[in-house]
Design a protein around this ligand. Structure first.
Ligand code: BGC
Length: 509
């Protein structure tokens, strides 16, 4: 081979080496960038781990905080609000009652006809309307004027049916925000949650504001019961099944209420109830415990929210927030690797990835994860995501939902622990002594809210965690019962049981 030939051969070899090095380099870079995305997922998994031991610590913390909140006003992050509901509807309620259910993105009006025996919700009509976004941050007058006119339209559709001859209609008002009740039918708004912010209503009596708007419209209607959505749900749950002792909502927001012994409500020793008990609205969305697995995404979400340091439990559990946690994780993955291509500006838009989108991605069972690709493309403007990256996104949804569901389960068991129905502390508390062998008491918890009713993975994880925490002896005796429309129908039931003057069974000593 001449000099030229040698030169050529060397040149070719060098070029081949450069190309090979470039290919290998690209592969290594791709692997490294993929690895970085996987590390983000692994760190999320570690940060969200909620093994049963940790959940038991959350159970204990919940029970301890419940005691503290009942002992003194401001004694805990759990407000443990009195509801003045000292007896739950039992079936003798009769007549036609209205309900107005306000607490999320929609509000509903209902007309419920009760037949006077326990199986007899004869009929109920419902109408649902979205709350216009601007009203959620406007003035109390605007909000209540809008609601009152919708209520009037609904009442007018009554035609010449049952109530036309009745002078005054009775209304159960479900207002699902923290309210300090002053009676069963009145109460003062403490603060807003779930994205509402109408400052001139904080500190005011919400029933009074509604009644003013109603009478401006010429409607003769009285708020007979002002209730939280959890309390309405408990009322309906108990109406159908007397073993129902608590109610939980896991929807846009989250909360729970339960039936407490009056003597355990130390902060209100002045109150007497004829039944010896009272429903307590826990406002558990504000629960906090250092045992809860918290990540940097939760810290950032809280700091960016309009209510930092507030509603910590709600921000880890409820529908308002889960999608946004997932968005934050995808944003971090996208910034730290190029698995999503260039970083989409949509990833920086708060709340753009709503929880129903997240649930749809999580539950996509198509072999090529078509729905995941569609949502990433349509909502987050991230096109052409490869299958293995779609799988990564499903994993992120799984981790965030599993933690939420497990924490919610721990919260529920915390309530059961407080009232002696979790089988702990010398199992006797959860058992009825009927000679031997003793029987464990059946305990029903009414449950509502889209996360539990419409997101099957969430529901499965919650049920699984309940069984894990309670153990196989006690868990079959604890039943979570979906109580559809409980917040609205339950409010109408409570309006019925509080509309007769003889029902005034809560008195000041
Ligand atoms: C509110 C509660 C309500 C819950 C569920 C929370 O944000 O503070 O009052 O029960 O959402 O709707």
């Amino acid at each position: 081979m001449g000099k030229v030939g040698v030169g050529l051969a060397v040149g070719c070899a060098a070029a081949a080496c450069v190309i090979a090095a470039a290919v290998v380099g690209r592969r290594v870079r791709r692997r490294r960038t993929w690895r970085r995305a996987v590390v983000v997922l692994e760190e999320l998994e570690q940060g969200c781990a909620a093994a049963v031991g940790r959940l038991r610590q959350v159970v204990d913390a919940m029970a301890v905080e419940m005691h503290a909140g009942l002992a003194s006003e401001g004694g805990s992050k759990l407000k443990m609000l009195l509801t003045f509901v000292d007896s739950l509807p039992h079936g003798s309620e009769k007549g036609t009652y209205y309900a107005l259910d306000l607490g999320g993105t929609n509000f509903r009006v209902l007309r419920v006809q009760l037949g006077g025996n326990s199986s007899a919700i004869l009929e109920h009509d419902v109408e649902q309307k979205p709350i216009p976004q601007d009203l959620m941050t406007s003035t109390s007058e605007d909000l209540f004027d809008f609601i009152a006119s919708s209520l009037k339209e609904f009442v007018e559709k009554e035609g010449d049916r049952e109530l036309s001859s009745v002078k005054r209609r009775e209304l159960g008002f479900t207002f699902s925000f923290p309210v300090k009740q002053t009676s069963v039918s009145s109460g003062i708004l403490i603060k807003w949650t779930k994205g509402f912010s109408i400052e001139n209503l904080v500190g005011k009596d919400v029933s009074e504001c509604l009644e003013q708007a109603i009478s401006k419209r010429g409607l003769d209607m009285r708020v007979a019961a002002l209730v939280n959505d959890t309390v309405g749900t408990l009322a309906l749950g108990h109406y159908h099944d007397e073993d129902t002792v608590a109610a939980v909502i896991i929807g846009t927001g989250t909360n729970a209420c339960y039936l407490e012994r009056a003597d355990a409500i130390i902060k209100s020793q002045g109150w007497l109830t004829t039944s010896g008990g009272m429903v307590v609205n826990m406002e558990w969305g504000n629960f906090w415990s250092a045992h809860m697995p918290r990540t940097s995404y939760d810290v950032d979400l809280d700091a960016d929210s309009p209510n930092p340091n507030d509603q910590g439990f709600e921000k880890m559990i409820s529908g308002m927030y889960l999608g946004d946690i997932v968005r934050r994780v995808i944003l971090r993955m996208s910034q730290e690797s190029d698995v999503f291509g260039p970083v989409s500006s949509k990833l920086s838009v708060p709340f753009i990835l709503r929880t129903p989108f997240m649930a749809a991605m999580h539950e996509d069972d198509s072999p090529d994860l078509r729905e995941v690709a569609r949502i990433l493309n349509d909502v987050l403007e991230i096109p052409d995501v490869p299958l293995k990256v779609r799988k990564l996104v499903v994993n992120v949804c799984d981790v965030v939902t599993r933690r939420a569901a497990r924490l919610a389960a721990a919260g529920i068991v915390g309530i059961l622990k407080k009232i002696g129905r979790d089988g702990s502390g010398g199992i006797t508390s959860a058992r009825i002594k009927t000679g031997s062998p003793s029987k464990i008491r059946r305990t029903v918890v009414a449950i509502e809210g889209g996360l539990y009713t419409s997101y099957s993975m969430f529901r499965e994880y919650l049920n699984e965690a309940m069984a894990e925490i309670l153990g196989e002896e006690v868990s079959p005796h604890v039943i979570l019962k979906v109580t559809e429309d409980g917040s609205g129908i339950g409010a109408a039931l409570l309006a019925a049981s509080n509309s007769s003057p003889s029902v005034d069974s809560v008195q000041l000593l």
